[in-house]
Write a protein that binds this ligand. Structure first.
Ligand code: ZN
Length: 211
């Protein structure tokens, strides 16, 4: 089960039950640095200073759940922040692209970016491993994508979701048995209006049901 850790960005929106396990929790925390939820929280990547603070606290949690994770970038500048922001935006687009019901059967108008990085692969006594490459922000990017690849192979990637409320878009980890959650919090985001809008979007994409 989940280690009771408190991811600094995600804790603003949801309880530890909705935290993704291990290093995937960092990916979720990165997504949740955005100004999301209701009431709206500040964007933790709004400035280099606040981004540094978030990186320090999020990496402190990350090293509790994954001692082998790379070090937090200690020299983040405006250029590095731009890279972190574009990674966050691209990740949200990729994770939002497919509704939980599976890939749409009709044509989809969403353009999904392809996020690339480098990683080292080793096979030895400890088994097969992917290790992040690069330094600073590039290592963060590499580590992030490794977590997503590992989750994809482990079958847990489909549980890392972006809230279906377009005004929220918070990331959550769906632990429900049939992996059917679409709202990060049904009481704040799953209201009748949002459900109706969500069903209409699915219909546009060529899907027939919303549950
Ligand atoms: Zn939500």
């Amino acid at each position: 089960m989940t280690t009771a850790v408190r991811w600094p960005a995600s804790a603003r929106y949801e309880d530890a039950e909705s935290n993704a396990p291990g290093g995937l929790g960092f990916v979720q925390d990165l997504l949740n640095t955005a100004s999301l939820g209701k009431p709206r929280q500040a964007d933790l990547l709004d400035s280099v200073e606040s981004a540094r603070q978030w990186l320090d606290s999020s990496f402190a949690v990350l090293h509790q759940v994954d001692p082998g994770a790379p070090a937090a970038p200690d020299d983040l500048d405006a250029d590095g922040l731009r890279h972190v922001l574009s990674l966050r935006d691209d990740l949200r687009t990729v994770l939002s692209a497919h509704p939980p019901e599976g890939p749409p059967s009709g044509a989809v108008a969403v353009s999904v970016p392809s996020i690339e990085t480098t990683a080292a692969v080793t096979l030895g006594a400890g088994g097969a491993r992917l290790r992040p490459q690069g330094a600073g922000v590039e290592a963060v990017r590499s580590y992030t994508l490794i977590q997503l690849v590992a989750a994809s192979y482990g079958g847990t990637l489909r549980r890392l979701k972006v809230c279906a409320n377009p005004r929220c878009r918070g990331a959550f980890y769906d632990r429900s048995k049939n992996c059917s959650r679409v709202w990060h919090d049904v009481s704040t985001c799953g209201n009748t209006q949002n459900v109706r809008a969500y069903r209409a979007r699915l219909k546009e994409r060529g899907l027939s049901s919303a549950q």
